[in-house]
Write a protein that binds this ligand. Structure first.
Ligand code: SF4
Ligand code: SF4
Length: 347
């Protein structure tokens, strides 16, 4: 059974001692390159994991002689994290540059520098991740635990499944079809036509037209259209299917690191929506604490259970009654990824 270590929020001043006493950090060896996979937040709010929360962890890892990188990938949709320059600007503006750890936006400038992992999944035979994740010796997933518009909740599974994927991988999780052109917005400028590497776009009656048979789903056209006329067809994937796809990606990247993987969930500012959204909705729960595990499934399962216990009801299901977020745990167990049963060790 996996172990989940829990530090309640009222003991946050002892975070350094808590982390030092966890033997699981001994899995890393001096000199190894370790990615700290994080989300650098949003200009409009501070719900994400603030840099100051990371100082005790970074001190501990540096004492162990590890080479650290704070890292994330560019997002699929348009926004301040959809290209490397604005993404880095945001990270520095939010104070992550003051932690003495290099910041690396993985996947090259366009999040298309990728590598493949093969799996025998229900949805995927090939998974696509940002190239640098192949070069790290280990991964520590730092996840802000909160609600999510499609998956119901967002924790470690979401952070590593979606967050380590390349642009193509992200699109494959979000959609089963090609990007969608909104012809009322399209100005017929032709930029998407010249930028599509697969010659899948042409102008028809001065409007962009995507040939589904030629489209490879790289999602580059969404990024390059200067008018935001190309978008993800959000409704092409159901919440259950989205969760299964996330799990397959999370399974793939976790397996890459084998035992050199640790997940840390921060149960603070538990919002209804993810940090990507400029208005992240309501705060659904008081601050609860922090938990650590080597099992992405156990840690997310514990996170939902403790939020439920502290509030006396299921705040996530109450907020989105149509989304059965438990599906991701059941699917993960079914494919042999992690365990919904865990041993809890409370500090
Ligand atoms: S780049 Fe955008 S505006 Fe220009 S043709 Fe393509 S979809 Fe239309
Ligand atoms: S997703 Fe990629 S391959 Fe498909 S139309 Fe857009 S740029 Fe071309």
């Amino acid at each position: 059974m996996s172990k989940v270590y829990f530090l309640p929020f009222e003991k946050f001043d002892r975070i350094e001692i808590f982390l030092k006493e966890l033997e699981i950090f001994n899995i890393f060896e001096k000199g190894e390159k370790i990615a700290l996979k994080i989300h650098f937040g949003n200009s409009n709010h501070n719900n994400h994991i603030l840099p100051e929360y990371l100082i005790p962890l970074i001190n501990l890892l540096k004492e162990k002689g590890l080479s650290l990188f704070l890292t994330d990938t560019n997002v699929l949709y348009r926004g301040e994290r959809d290209d490397t320059f604005s993404h880095l600007e945001l990270a520095y503006k939010k104070g992550y540059g003051n932690l003495g750890v290099p910041i690396l936006i993985a996947g090259g400038l366009n999040c298309d520098d990728e590598f493949e992992i093969e799996i025998e999944g229900k949805h995927f035979r090939k998974l696509y991740f940002a190239k640098e994740f192949k070069e790290f010796d280990g991964l520590i997933a730092l996840s802000h635990f909160k609600g999510h518009i499609i998956a119901g909740i967002g924790g470690t599974i979401k952070n590593i499944g979606m967050g380590c994927a390349s642009r193509r991988g992200k699109f494959a999780m979000h959609s089963n079809i090609s990007p969608k052109v909104n012809i009322s917005i399209c100005k017929g400028c032709g930029k998407c036509v010249s930028e599509c590497l697969f010659s899948a776009i042409e102008l028809v009656n001065k409007k962009s037209f995507i040939n589904e048979k030629k489209c490879k789903g790289c999602a580059w056209c969404i990024h390059v259209c200067p008018y935001g006329a190309i978008d993800i067809p959000w409704s092409s994937v159901s919440p259950a299917e989205f969760q299964e796809k996330l799990v397959e990606y999370a399974y793939g990247i976790k397996n890459l690191y084998k035992e050199k993987f640790i997940a840390i969930n921060f149960l603070i500012n538990i919002s209804s929506d993810c940090d990507c959204i400029s208005n992240p909705g309501k705060i659904l729960s008081e601050n609860i604490g922090l938990c650590v595990s080597t099992d992405p499934v156990s840690i997310d399962k514990f996170s939902v259970e403790i939020v439920k216990e502290k509030n006396g009801y299921d705040v996530f299901l109450n907020y989105r009654p149509d989304i059965n977020y438990e599906h991701q745990f059941n699917y993960a167990e079914k494919i042999g990824f992690g365990s919904i049963n865990y041993e809890l060790i409370t500090y």
